[in-house]
Design a protein around this ligand. Structure first.
Ligand SMILES: Cc1cc2nc3c(=O)[nH]c(=O)nc-3n(C[C@H](O)[C@H](O)[C@H](O)COP(=O)(O)OP(=O)(O)OC[C@H]3O[C@@H](n4cnc5c(N)ncnc54)[C@H](O)[C@@H]3O)c2cc1C
Length: 384
């Protein structure tokens, strides 16, 4: 390929897919390189929710929750074919969070994002409204709504739309080297193809520092913690189309979510790991998830009930807190000194905020390439 791209993105997860779509809609020459197939890593191993993140309120992350709630509305609009509003029930347990705290959290959750089309929260009588699911001691439940999504499909739809708008998508090719020149990067793939780009974007998710240290050969400024999150899949534990948000003694929460009509998706755990490669659930995580379910549900499950499992890696920005308290927000690290082609590293993020992240990438790069600003938020109005 002889052309020089405006931007080249390493990584075809949701963040890379969102950026390449937004860029191509602004008539930039955009390219994305993915070492496997798009959406095959973290972005298809998630809990599959577009959510404000109710529990982040406990960490005082009001801005992240507000922005995520606003994005939940946008994604409901632009990806209506692959999203479903789903009620979540938090069974009240006296020894854990007090009622007033849960109600305050839900009040904020209902209102922080402004006007919403998703139903507001309510208090329910568990025995009357959803009998024979939870053990007798659970009488009161707090119900709120979030969106369930097909996470992999969300990546694929962004990629398809980007391709339609002229983007170059290269799958099954690994970026092995990046050479920085004055105005342009030479990007070398594992079949020795050399691509040229004015701006390089590192959207490699949990591999972000691997790209920096081994491909670009720049010292990474930010340290990240790789935290594995695992899910198990069982036969449906109940018939209703409702999900449960289960509180645990260690302050963490576990979701039990209806999945593909016949199954329940149960997750997630938080276990620190050293490498992003081939994450797999371990026995202690299976036990943790089984125990959480058995504490609440009439129907008891065991290892034999586990039909399948999957794990993904969160690249959390290191701030030396417990994993559940580390922010799920994203951070940009722009590397440029005016004399060499720019590099933008993207740390963290959530499926929920991918579109806004992509838009902010384009605003950030505005000073290096001429971005069509008449289309400031075009992805919020164009259906996927
Ligand atoms: C267990 C778990 C549950 C989650 N649940 C939710 C949820 O319910 N809702 C929510 O909003 N968020 C959730 N998240 C967060 C969300 O999944 C991630 O923030 C998001 O998927 C990250 O996308 P990404 O594009 O950064 O990374 P990835 O999807 O991992 O994409 C990075 C890509 O880079 C590629 N790559 C790496 N190195 C190279 C190379 N050298 N050359 C070419 N390509 C390369 C990889 O193959 C990979 O496909 C969850 C995360 C986890 C781990």
């Amino acid at each position: 390929m002889n052309e020089t791209f405006d931007i080249l993105i390493i990584g075809g997860g949701i963040n890379g897919a969102g950026i390449v779509r937004d860029a191509s809609g602004r008539n930039l020459k955009a390219c994305l390189v993915e070492k496997n197939t798009v959406g095959s890593a973290t972005s298809s191993w998630s809990t599959k929710l577009i959510h404000g993140g109710l529990r982040y309120l406990e960490n005082y992350e009001f801005r992240l929750v507000r922005d995520s709630l606003k994005e939940r509305e946008v994604i409901k609009r632009i990806a209506s074919d692959i999203t479903t509003p789903l009620p979540f029930i938090i069974p009240y347990q006296k020894s854990l969070r007090p009622k007033w705290l849960i109600k305050l959290g839900l009040f904020l959750y209902d209102n922080l994002g402004g006007k919403m089309t998703i139903p507001k929260s309510s208090t329910i009588n568990i025995k009357k409204e959803i009998p024979n699911i939870l053990k007798d001691q659970y009488n009161t439940g707090f119900q709120y709504y979030d969106l369930q999504i097909d996470d992999k499909k969300l990546v694929e739809l962004n990629i398809q739309d980007a391709e339609k708008r002229g983007a170059t998508i290269i799958e099954n090719r690994k970026v092995i080297k990046a050479k920085r020149n004055q105005n342009v990067w030479d990007i070398i793939l594992d079949d020795n193809t050399v691509l040229k780009t004015k701006i390089l974007i590192n959207a490699a998710g949990p591999w972000i520092n691997d790209i920096l240290n081994n491909v670009i050969k720049l010292e990474s400024k930010k340290s990240i913690r790789l935290v594995k999150g695992s899910h198990i899949i069982t036969k449906s534990l109940y018939k209703q189309k409702r999900a449960f948000t289960l509180q645990n003694e260690d302050n963490r929460i576990i979701f039990v979510i209806p999945y593909k009509d016949e199954y329940s998706l149960i997750g997630t755990t938080e276990t620190e790991v050293c490498s992003p490669e081939n994450p797999k659930i371990d026995d202690s995580e299976i036990d943790y998830l089984i125990n959480s379910v058995n504490k609440y549900f009439f129907k008891q499950i065991s290892k034999d009930s586990v039909l399948s499992s999957y794990s993904g890696i969160r690249p959390l920005i290191e701030d030396f807190k417990e994993a559940s308290k580390v922010t799920r927000d994203y951070i940009f690290d722009l590397n440029e000194d005016g004399s060499q082609a720019p590099l933008l590293n993207i740390y963290g993020g959530k499926l929920t905020t991918y579109r806004k992240l992509a838009e902010n990438v384009l605003f950030t790069l505005n000073r290096y390439i001429s971005v069509d600003n008449n289309k400031s938020s075009w992805t919020a109005d164009h259906k996927l």
